[in-house]
Each structure stands twice: as C-alpha cells, then as structure tokens.
Ligand binder design. Structure first.
Ligand SMILES: Cc1cc2nc3c(=O)[nH]c(=O)nc-3n(C[C@H](O)[C@H](O)[C@H](O)COP(=O)(O)OP(=O)(O)OC[C@H]3O[C@@H](n4cnc5c(N)ncnc54)[C@H](O)[C@@H]3O)c2cc1C
Length: 411
C-alpha cells in the first residue's frame, strides 16, 4: 500500500484527542500502524486535564461484576472491552507511564500525584515516540466515501483527508469549551448512523428557590446529607446554586431524576439533613426552650448549618411539635423542574446506538470506521467509571482498526 502523508491520505486517523482517542491511537501505533490524531481544540485532552483538578479518579477497585453493573443496560456492550482493559490493566498502564495509583477510602482509584498533567505528558511523549502525529484546530464537519473521507474546518480553511481506517472519539456534549460540543451527531446521522439524543448525565437540577435562600446561600455546600428518590438513596454532599442544586450526591441519582422529569415533567427529591439520627432520636432533642429563636434552636439542638436551616423553611412555616419538626428535617422535599443544561453536566448520556456497532467497535454501516468513548450510548455514575469505559473502548476500537487494516490492507 502506498499512502502519501502529505497528499491528504493517511493509514489511520483518530478524531478526538481525549482519553478514548489517545487510547485508540496507542493501540493502533503499537500494532505498527501510522496514525494521525485530529482534534478541534488547540491542545489535546482538555477534559481529561479538567478531571485532574478533582484528583483524576481514573477507575474503581470494586469487583469486576459490580463495576460492570454500574453501566446499567450498556454493561453488555462494554463487558468485552473492560475485561480486556480492566481497572488492573489501567493501573499498570499508568504506573508504566510513571504515575503509580492508589485506592482511596471509597474504593476509587487515583494517581498518587492526584494530577492529570504528568500522566498526559508522559502519554503524549510515548505516542510521539511511536510516531503518532497530532493535528490540532481541526474540527470534523463532514464524512464522505463511506465515512473514511473526512472534511475538517481549520484556521486556514477546509481540508479533506482520506484514511484506510478511522476511529471517531468525539466525546459527549458537556463542557463544550473543553472541545466537544456534540455537533458530530449531525454528521453521523447524515451518514445513516443512528444516534440517541445526547442528554445531561451526572448533572444538577433546576429548583425555584425562595429569594432569601437564593440570595443568601447560592454557592453554599450542604454537607453529610442523604438524598432519596424512587427508592434509591445516596449520601454525600450537594451544592446550592442560584438556579438549583448540584454535586456528588445529586449526580448519583441524576439518571433516575432526569428520566422521571422527562416522563412526568417534574421530580420530588427528598433531603435528609440528619441522616445519622433516627426521627425519634431527633424529635427527642427538639424541645424548644422559651424565648429562643428558631434558627438558634435548630443550630443548637439539631446541629444544623445555616443553609440547612434555610432549607427547612422552604416548605413553609416550621411545625412546633418536635415529631413534626423532626420529620421536616429528615425529609425536606425539593421539586426539581428540569436538569441543568448539558453544557454544565459532568458527562453525557445518549450517543451512537449499540446496534450500530459490532464487537470490534466498528460501525456496521461504515466499514473501517470505529467509535470509542463517551460518544457511544452508555452512561455511568462518577467514581472512575467514565474514564475506565473511555480507556477500554478506545483501546478496543484501536485494536479493531488495526485488525481491520491487517485483514484487508489495500484500502
Ligand atoms: C469537570 C469534570 C471532571 C471529571 N472528572 C472525572 C473523573 O475524575 N473520573 C472520570 O472517570 N471521569 C471524569 N470526567 C468525565 C471524563 O473526563 C470524560 O468522560 C472523558 O474525558 C470522555 O473521554 P472521551 O475521550 O470520550 O471524550 P473527550 O475527553 O470529551 O474528548 C473528545 C475530544 O474530541 C474533540 N472533538 C469533539 N468534536 C470534534 C470534532 N467535530 N472534530 C474534531 N475534534 C472533536 C474534542 O476537542 C476533545 O478533545 C470528568 C468530566 C468533567 C467535565
């Protein structure tokens, strides 16, 4: 096969330099393939670097069957890839790049440095050593010729490139300033590929606060609470913002809440502000001394922070009876009206439907074109599950593309 590097033709192109695309490029290059990565942004892996600000939760240490269950109905499609590139493999890979990992108290796995930058730097150096080239500021705007002729918008104008094998790893539509805006959905649909609409995942929700709560407590964390919805309960922290509520404990219920709002137009989230005390034990503390203000009383007797006290008032005047007051503190009901916009979500649900993809992550309708990462129709909670699936599907798609090139070299 003769492919001219300069003449608009490549052996393998990966579009998207996030963790999924970089993993695909590494697998292809390790198989001896010449790979060029194209990305819309001026520099690679911006979302991965942003994840590093939270310590870079790479994966999770729980047993593989429990980990796979976190992907819900998508577990079946992801199992092969995650078994082939498991959390153990991911840890070994990071260690080889000079970033050993550790298991945190919650079972989550982080690099010891708690940073993404050194890992990314070492990874990019390894890719460069394998001969991978990186072309930034190239936004894919169209696919032709069965998906293997790619049209890019560049600062100099439009550019067309053909490749014998293509891996698409566009990510979802959250945090568009980090590169991915979901505009690829239209290009794939035009090429006949079915894509489920992208929806916010691990997201906050809109709540219409009272003016008092909004003005006084936007940006205030709610600590050590429990949240319940539809029989599911999570514990942790949430954050009040001007338009609603977000944070780890909310994200954990966000798929259920989002789908309920889509179905019913609203959802009622229950907050337990004192999850470590039973209602009876709390009621026993709530005998109010004469002359004490409600706020001082709740702070002293129930140990509630000012933001939690404000929340107990949101549902109307506080009951006087200790039992009723304890019930209020144990169940503050918030009416959620909509998910926060996808641009502010941690990740996206929706994407390329599983039935469009074969076991090597190749698009059935576009032979030679593979997909990986968050752009496939799966979602998972935070906890390292997102990056784990991106690495594993990236690796699987890259290996699939290398196999494809090996089996039919004259493309
Ligand atoms: C604030 C934050 C913190 C997070 N923390 C964690 C965490 O600790 N652990 C965890 O597991 N997950 C975390 N995530 C999620 C995780 O970062 C993503 O799931 C992951 O980066 C997705 O990888 P990807 O390669 O599929 O896509 P992305 O990382 O989104 O990369 C896609 C790439 O494709 C490029 N691109 C998009 N469209 C085009 C186009 N048309 N043409 C050319 N290039 C294009 C983009 O510029 C981008 O570089 C976090 C996310 C956020 C926002």
């Amino acid at each position: 096969m003769s492919l001219s590097e300069a003449g608009g033709s490549q052996e393998a192109i990966v579009v998207g330099a996030g963790p999924a695309g970089l993993a695909a490029a590494e697998a292809l290059a390790t198989s001896g393939r010449r790979v060029a990565i194209y990305d819309a942004a001026p520099s690679p892996a911006r979302k991965f670097l942003m994840a590093g600000r939270g310590g870079l939760n790479l994966t999770h240490s729980e047993p593989l069957n429990e980990l796979l269950a976190r992907y819900g109905t998508a577990a079946e499609g992801l199992t092969g890839a995650i078994e082939r590139f498991s959390p153990m493999d991911l840890r070994a890979w990071a260690a080889e790049l000079g970033e050993p990992t550790f298991v945190g108290s919650s079972g989550r796995i982080f690099p010891k440095s708690f940073k993404a930058t050194p890992l990314l730097r070492a990874w990019l150096a390894r890719l460069a050593g394998l001969g991978v080239t990186m072309k930034t500021r190239r936004r894919l705007i169209g696919l032709a010729d069965g998906g293997r002729t790619l049209r890019f918008r560049t600062p100099e104008g439009e550019e067309e490139t053909h490749a014998a094998a293509v891996v698409l790893a566009f990510g979802g539509a959250s945090w568009p300033r980090l590169g991915g805006d979901g505009a690829w959905v239209a290009a794939l649909r035009e090429a006949g590929v079915e894509v489920a609409p992208l929806k916010p995942a691990n997201c906050g929700f809109r709540v219409t606060w009272s003016e008092h709560l909004r003005a006084r407590f936007s940006g205030t964390p709610l600590k050590a609470i429990a949240l319940s919805f539809a029989g599911a309960t999570t514990r942790g922290e949430a954050m009040i913002d001007a338009e609603g509520i977000e944070g780890g404990a909310v994200y954990a219920l966000s798929a259920l809440l989002r789908d309920a709002i889509a179905r019913d137009g609203k959802a009622t989230l229950a907050i337990d502000l004192k999850p470590d005390l039973s209602e009876a034990a709390l009621a026993a503390r709530l005998i109010r001394p004469p002359g004490q203000s409600a706020s001082t009383f709740l702070r002293k007797a129930a140990g509630l922070a000012p933001v939690a006290i404000a929340l107990t008032h949101e549902a109307g005047p506080l009951p006087d009876q200790p039992e009723a007051l304890a019930a209020r503190i144990k169940r503050v009901e918030l009416r959620l009206t909509a998910p926060a916009p996808i641009a502010r979500a941690i990740s996206s649900a929706g994407g390329v439907l599983w039935r469009e993809i074969d076991e090597r992550f190749m698009l059935r309708k576009l032979p030679g074109v593979f997909v990986a990462g968050e752009m496939i129709d799966w979602e998972a909670p935070t906890g390292g599950y997102l990056l784990q699936a991106c690495f594993a599907t990236g690796r699987a798609a890259g290996e699939g593309a290398a196999e494809w090139l090996a089996r039919s070299p004259a493309k």
